[in-house]
Design a protein around this ligand. Structure first.
Ligand code: ADP
Length: 542
């Protein structure tokens, strides 16, 4: 395996401006990630803070003992959290089926790489933590994979009938249904020497998983525990006990938080960046959890009472009492989750996807209200896996990797055909269509002087003539495609592998396709490559 880099434009303008130091960073973030000393500075700032390290470490140890087999690297990392100078690199994601799109894997690799690099540089323990967004209830986001079936990219979703409002953490998984779904996914991958072992191992893990998040966490743990990755689930009731004092602070400063969010969003809009957090001004930015595990957003009234869908009402004091006595009845939303993370963990850096980066920028003033500094928010690594067979296809049809992302595969294909078929008919037919239209227009004008009621017939007649020429064009095009069928298929394969669904590979494809094709060492080899956080797109040739 080898790694090369490409400098590509980010489609998200805020990210693009941030990584090129064009953003007036202080307006959005507390640290300038393009500064060389950003992590030293952050480390020094954190020296003035205290964290419930013992409690956190004990909690994580018991969580891991409960859910995963013992792994020395992970246990040691959790123990190291007790050291007063230890730091963490953290990032999170929803619990996608079979670990979801590749970008989840890339995010975890980013966490591992940055923590390792900074531990060596700062000479203090830097622990990689991955939190699973278990309190999310958007099942539609995690219930599927994309596969290539009968030449087309298809979404393969799993059926599930439980209430939509239940966080994924509590969504029980039907093991039989899930196993059938896995089999149908693997069928599209095709059988290899690795398929049996891989599927057996998945079957085993599935048989010990009661919920979708458990299945996700166990698979993630199997893949990354040897690198010491610590897993947290933000929906775990025991974790929420530790969050209790911070919930109480969020309630105390609730109105100021909403005002700060609104002010920052207005500021961002006026600077030309589109905010993405959608929230009402009355939102308390906290969820209330009902007995049946459904959750509802709490709303704040002018008199500082809090209500849940007109069913329940709390005074501020009652809500703080709830936060103190039964914190598992509350959870964080998009606004309070980042704050909670900052209250709980000595975060050296937060690894963010492009969407997260934007919504964190919306929180700058909210962090201020809570007297917190936002940690360095670092864009995760962008990776494209370039398979050897695809690279060979690219050489055969003379398209470079940069071309794939800038010019696009379709444009390259058109140009390739134009070069091979200089007497291509398309331009000539286009020209003929124009000439016919001109002549036909003259005919129409004359005919209309005879009888105006002819107009609909004339227009239809013109349309048929043009349509016949289009038909001729597509017929000839088909012949060209057939003549160059082998090359056309190469273009299709290249597009499918590197720009599926017209986006980056990491947004569509899943790691299991590659594990099935290249074997169990595939992931380790990718993790162990040398990465630099320079915001260039990484091309990993395999
Ligand atoms: P083939 O497998 O015969 O090459 P496909 O049309 O199924 O034809 O796929 C074309 C290419 O797209 C594959 O060679 C592979 O590089 C990529 N591809 C297909 N399916 C997947 C998948 N599920 N995950 C990742 N890459 C895929």
């Amino acid at each position: 395996m080898e790694i090369t880099e490409l400098s590509l434009r980010h489609t998200n303008r805020l990210v693009e401006d941030l990584v090129h130091a064009r953003l007036n960073t202080v307006d959005y973030f507390d640290y300038q990630i393009t500064n060389n000393d950003v992590y030293e500075k952050r480390m020094n700032d954190l020296k003035n803070r205290t964290f419930a390290r013992e409690e956190l470490s004990d909690y994580l140890l018991s969580y891991h003992r409960k859910h995963f087999p013992e792994n020395h690297a992970v246990t040691e990392n959790i123990e190291r959290l007790k050291q007063p100078d230890s730091l963490v690199v953290v990032g999170g994601q929803q619990a996608g089926l079979l670990t979801g799109p590749l970008y989840t894997i890339h995010k975890i690799i980013s966490i591992l790489v940055l923590s390792k690099q900074q531990e060596a540089k700062l000479s203090v323990p830097v622990i990689p933590i991955f939190w699973v967004a278990g309190e999310d209830h958007d099942f539609a986001e995690i219930n599927h994979l994309f596969v290539s079936q009968n030449q087309v990219i298809k979404k393969k979703a799993i059926k599930h009938t439980q209430s939509e409002k239940i966080p994924v953490f509590h969504k029980e998984l039907d093991q039989k249904e899930c196993w059938n779904w896995i089999c149908s996914v693997f069928e599209t991958f095709g059988e290899t020497d690795y398929s049996n072992t891989l599927m057996e191992s998945l079957k085993q893990t599935l048989s010990t998983s009661k919920t979708y998040t458990q299945f996700f966490e166990k698979l993630t743990y199997e893949m990354f525990s040897e690198y010491g990755l610590v897993i947290m689930n933000s929906a775990d009731p025991d974790l929420r006990k530790m969050e209790s004092p911070f919930f109480q602070q969020f309630i105390r400063k609730n109105e100021e938080m909403s005002e700060a969010l609104e002010a920052q969003q207005e500021f961002m809009s006026s600077a030309g960046y589109q905010p993405i957090i959608v929230t009402e001004k009355t939102s308390a930015n906290l969820f209330y959890h009902h007995e049946n595990h459904e959750r509802s957003l709490l709303h704040r009234s002018k008199d500082k009472t809090y209500s849940v869908e007109d069913k329940l009402t709390f005074t501020e004091e009652e809500l703080r009492h709830l936060a103190e006595q039964c914190p598992e009845r509350l959870s964080n939303n998009v606004v309070t989750r980042p704050l909670m993370q900052e209250c709980m963990l000595p975060t050296l850096a937060f690894i963010a996807g492009p969407g997260e980066l934007t919504y964190w920028a919306e929180l700058k003033k909210v962090f201020q209200v809570m007297d917190l500094k936002m940690p360095p928010v670092v864009p995760r690594l962008n990776i494209t896996i370039l398979e050897r067979s695809i690279e060979t296809d690219m050489m055969d049809v003379e398209i470079g990797i940069e071309d794939v992302f800038t010019r696009g595969v379709e444009k390259a294909r058109e140009e390739w055909v134009s070069k091979r078929e200089p007497s291509r008919m398309s331009p000539k037919i286009e020209d003929t269509k124009k000439q016919f239209e001109q002549i036909h227009r003259e005919l129409r004008e004359s005919a209309l002087t005879i009888d105006k009621s002819l107009e609909p017939f004339l227009m239809k007649n013109a349309y048929f003539i043009q349509a016949q020429l289009d038909l001729l064009n597509s017929h000839i095009d088909k012949k060209i495609q057939q003549k160059h069928r082998v090359e056309m298929e190469k273009f299709t394969r290249i597009g499918k592998s590197l720009k599926p669904n017209d986006g980056f590979q990491e947004r569509t494809w899943n790691i299991y396709y590659y594990l099935n094709k290249y074997g169990p060492n595939f992931l380790d080899e990718i993790v162990q490559l040398r990465y630099s956080f320079n915001n260039h797109h990484k091309i990993v040739k395999i």
